[in-house]
Unconditional design. Structure first.
Length: 213
């Protein structure tokens, strides 16, 4: 794996770590920008490139999407599990880590929450939900963002919510009316500025609450 690691340009000491999981495009400039935003909010941010086994993000969104379909998804999931462990073990990480992901990355964040008790805070943006069996294993606190107009993804929410309630998982869910899947990505026509800003404010506040102390 290869990734983009960003530390704040100020201060010293050990910081909470945030794993940033990209959409089905690999580590593109937009995801690098997300990592930098987190660093400016005084987190240690690490954004792995899931396309690295195939040469990495190719610099073109269409080519990246085509490459994505050629990945071994089982291995890729294992790579992100390893990336979370790598982040936690960094000497300038406090050992308290969270994860944020978008689209495909939202599904990966849900998966990590079920597989890794070390992930204390998870923020999936419009991500595919895990099975009820996996949801029951979640120890992290969740902040879940959905687009208003996203029928395929939103259809899985009622069952996921029921599983979270049954397992006693602490979560908060927000749906942003009138938005499309991918509304947080400011490099696409689906970007919704108001919804993206509100969702991001909530995300940073959530990480501050759950990971500092």
């Amino acid at each position: 794996m290869r990734g983009y690691l960003v530390a704040p340009p100020f201060g010293t000491g050990r910081l909470p770590g945030i794993l940033v999981v990209h959409e089905n495009r690999g580590l593109n400039p937009h995801i690098e920008d997300i990592a930098r935003r987190l660093a400016l909010d005084n987190f240690l941010a690490f954004a792995p490139d899931g396309l690295y086994p195939l040469g990495g993000y190719p610099g073109d969104e269409d080519k990246a999407r085509d490459l994505f379909g050629k990945l071994d998804q089982t291995k890729t999931r294992a790579d992100f599990v390893a990336a979370a462990s790598f982040l936690k073990a960094l000497p300038n990480c406090s050992g308290r880590i969270g994860a944020v992901g978008f689209c495909w990355g939202g599904g990966i964040v849900n998966m990590l929450a079920a597989r890794l008790p070390d992930v204390l805070a998870s923020v999936p943006f419009y991500g595919v939900q895990p099975s009820a069996e996996d949801a029951a294993k979640i120890k992290a606190q969740l902040l879940i963002h959905y687009a208003g107009n996203d029928e395929r993804i939103n259809a899985g929410w009622p069952a996921y919510e029921a599983a979270l309630k049954a397992a006693g998982v602490k979560y908060e869910e927000f749906k942003y009316p009138g938005t499309e899947h991918g509304f947080n990505n400011d490099t696409t026509p689906r970007y919704d500025e108001a919804a993206a800003k509100l969702a991001w404010q909530r995300t940073v506040a959530f990480f501050n609450t759950t990971l500092r102390g």
